[in-house]
Ligand binder design. Sequence first.
Ligand SMILES: NC(=O)c1ccc[n+]([C@@H]2O[C@H](COP(=O)([O-])OP(=O)(O)OC[C@H]3O[C@@H](n4cnc5c(N)ncnc54)[C@H](OP(=O)(O)O)[C@@H]3O)[C@@H](O)[C@H]2O)c1
Length: 347
Amino acid sequence: MSDVQNRRILLASRPEGKPTLDNFRIEAAPCPSPGPGEVLTKTLWLSLDPYMRGRMNAAKSYAAPVGIGEVMEGGTVGEVVSSRSDLFRPGDIVLGHGGWQEYAVLGEKTLRKLDPAAAPVQTALGVLGMPGMTAYTGLHNIGQPKPGETLAVAAATGPVGATVGQIARIRGCRTVGIAGGPAKCRALIEEFGFDAAVDHKAPDFPEKLAAACPGGIDIYFENVGGAVWTAVFPLLNDFARVPVCGRIANYSDTAPPPGPDRTPQLFGAILTKRLRIQGFIVWDFASQAKDFQREMGAWIREGRIKYREDVVEGIGNAPEAFLGLLEGRNFGKLLVKVASPGMQAPD
Ligand SMILES: NC(=O)c1ccc[n+]([C@@H]2O[C@H](COP(=O)([O-])OP(=O)(O)OC[C@H]3O[C@@H](n4cnc5c(N)ncnc54)[C@H](OP(=O)(O)O)[C@@H]3O)[C@@H](O)[C@H]2O)c1
């Protein structure tokens, strides 16, 4: 048995409304050993993503919740430190689902080997991974961008929103990014090449958004819901498409928002404007993964798609960083740098 300790973050309790640090517990456990067909990985990078808020609830969803006392789940890039698989050997860098912990035993069939020479390995958790593929597939399959159309997207400096905006621009759209605060709005224009940027925290946000979309909105890539959706809704053009990707403004709601029931207006607009509003989960389009990797890889190499990372050091800081993500304190793809490659395997 190894005496190397594995620090890991467990779900301690289910949040009522907004999660707090008390919902997590850090503990040290003995480092696990791989069985046949498995490898032991040392986590180098942990991805923190909004969907993890849903996994903290017991409610039925498209994926099972994390159990109380279980390790929080999450995508990871790790280094193989010991292997009982013919497919992987120590030193390989792999993409997997190791969760919020320093070491994980993972089955060989759940892993993809990464080439550190092709791209920084952590991009497999961001622009070249699940969030990038969410942007690519949701935009193309449901948004169906056409030259000259106006696209709007919120959470626009995050890995999904920033990628949506840049792909839409490549496809010839006029792009309007919505983000929280002046610094993020500046980055939308200067870093990511959006045509216009609007701060959803400004008191006159609905008017500013309308001014930024003089011809209305043809594609609204929905990441947020809440007040942003309320401002976007009247601006939708006939035949507008709304890929519903996320609704982070509502993830911690415990009751329906106050106010009148707006369902009749929504259904009225869907009918008279012939709107197409469709939810999706990235893996609905799993068969398009190879197209995504090829096209996105080329766009990044050519400098046509930019990405921004927000890196936090150490597994112990994951809970605080995750709470910040839900509040918009991240600025770019949120990653935890857990360790550096090259350490000896625990025996
Ligand atoms: N359907 C799928 O398969 C799928 C896959 C991946 C992600 N998603 C969804 O895509 C969305 C973006 O994910 P991401 O990884 O790119 O996250 P992200 O943009 O890095 O982080 C979330 C951002 O949401 C914004 N936000 C939070 N609360 C808000 C509010 N009340 N109103 C407006 N904006 C708010 C904040 O940005 P600001 O500071 O700019 O407000 C925050 O930084 C999320 O809703 C996520 O759940 C869906």
